[in-house]
Design a protein around this ligand. Structure first.
Ligand code: AKG
Ligand code: FE2
Length: 295
C-alpha cells in the first residue's frame, strides 16, 4: 500500500503537495478571481451564503458569501476548472486513495471556498453525511463503515488554516464528550476544545484529501484571503451510497450537452457515471443535514 493511502486510511486525511501543475496555477487563480467577483456582485446564483452552513443555500437576502458553487458550470465559461479536475496531477492520487481505475471514477462536486468579506463565519462540528444530533452509536458506525466510495479534497491557492479535523474519527463513533460538543446547531467558540481536534494548515498548492465523514468543522476569517478548490470524486462501484451527499447540491445542470461539450473524453466518461447515479435516484433530492436543529 502506498504511503498516502496508508495515512489516509488510518487518519481519515492526508496532505499531498504539488497537486496544481505549475502551468495551470495562474489560470486557476485568475478564474477564481473572476468567479469570486461575480459571486460577491450578486451575479452568480449558485453560492454559499453566510448564515447557512449546509445545502440548500438559497436564502432570499444573502449578506455575504463563503463559497462559489459549481465552478465547472458552462455559464461561467472557465474551462480551466474542468481541465484541472480531470488532470493526472489530481486523478493519480484520487485513484490511489480510492483503490480504483480510471473507468470507476465518478464526477461529483466542484466548488470554491472563499473568505466572506464582512462577517467571520463558522461551521459546526459535523460529518458531511451523518446527522450527528440524532445518530446513535450504531447508526454512526454503520454510516462510517459504508463510506469508502469517494474522496473529498481542499486545494489551497493561498495559505489556508480554516479546517479542523479529529484524526481517526472517520472510523469510530464519537466518544460521549465528543458527542456533547457536536450535537447542537452552533459552531464552536474554540474548535480545539473538541478532544483530539487539530487545525490543518495548507500552503499554496497543497491539497488535503479527506474522508468527508471525518469529524470536522471550519472557521472563516473575513480578513484572510481564501480561495480553496473544494471538490470530490466517487467510485461508481459504490452504487447509490453517495447519492444523497452529492445530489443535494443540485446537479441538474450537468445533464445538458452544453456542459458535456466542455469536457474531454475522460471527463465525459466520469460524467456518465454521475448521470447514471442521477437516473437511479429518479431525480429525488434529499438533504444530509438540518440547518436548524431543535434545541
Ligand atoms: O471550509 C472547509 O474547509 C470545510 C467545509 C465543509 O466542511 C463543508 O462544506 O461541509
Ligand atoms: Fe463538511
Amino acid at each position: 500500500m502506498s504511503n498516502i493511502k496508508q495515512a489516509y486510511d488510518e487518519q481519515g486525511f492526508v496532505v499531498v503537495e504539488n497537486t496544481v501543475p505549475p502551468e495551470m496555477r495562474q489560470a486557476l487563480e485568475c478564474a477564481c478571481e473572476r468567479v469570486i467577483s461575480r459571486t460577491r456582485n450578486g451575479e452568480w446564483p449558485y453560492r454559499r451564503t453566510v448564515g447557512t452552513q449546509f445545502p440548500p443555500f438559497d436564502d432570499a437576502t444573502p449578506t455575504d458569501y463563503w463559497g462559489v458553487q459549481h465552478v465547472m458550470h458552462p455559464d461561467l465559461h472557465e474551462p480551466i476548472f474542468a481541465r484541472w479536475y480531470t488532470s493526472s496531477a489530481l486523478l493519480d492520487p484520487v485513484k490511489e486513495l480510492l483503490g480504483c481505475q480510471d473507468d470507476d471514477l465518478q464526477m461529483e462536486l466542484f466548488n470554491l471556498l472563499i473568505n466572506p468579506t464582512a462577517h467571520d463565519f463558522a461551521l459546526r462540528w459535523h460529518r458531511d453525511d451523518v446527522r450527528l444530533e440524532k445518530a446513535s452509536d450504531e447508526e454512526e458506525r454503520k454510516a462510517l463503515d459504508a463510506w469508502h466510495y469517494g474522496v473529498q479534497w481542499n486545494t489551497a491557492l493561498y495559505r489556508d488554516s480554516c479546517l479542523f479535523v479529529v484524526p481517526g474519527s472517520h472510523k469510530i463513533p464519537r466518544t460521549p464528550e465528543q458527542r456533547v460538543l457536536s450535537s447542537g446547531g452552533d459552531a464552536p467558540k474554540n474548535p480545539l476544545d473538541m478532544p483530539g481536534a487539530i487545525r490543518l494548515t495548507l500552503n499554496p498548492g497543497e491539497t488535503v484529501f479527506y474522508n468527508s465523514n471525518i469529524l470536522h468543522c471550519a472557521a472563516y476569517d473575513s480578513q484572510q484571503k481564501r480561495a480553496t478548490l473544494h471538490a470530490c470524486i466517487g467510485d461508481r462501484r459504490g452504487g447509490t451510497t453517495r447519492a444523497r451527499n452529492v445530489l443535494q447540491h443540485g446537479l441538474e445542470w450537468m445533464k445538458g450537452t452544453e456542459f458535456r461539450e466542455t469536457l474531454d473524453a475522460k471527463g465525459q466518461q466520469m460524467l456518465d457515471s454521475l448521470l447514471k447515479l442521477q437516473e437511479k435516484t429518479g431525480g429525488e433530492v434529499v438533504y444530509s443535514q438540518n440547518n436548524e436543529i431543535e434545541k
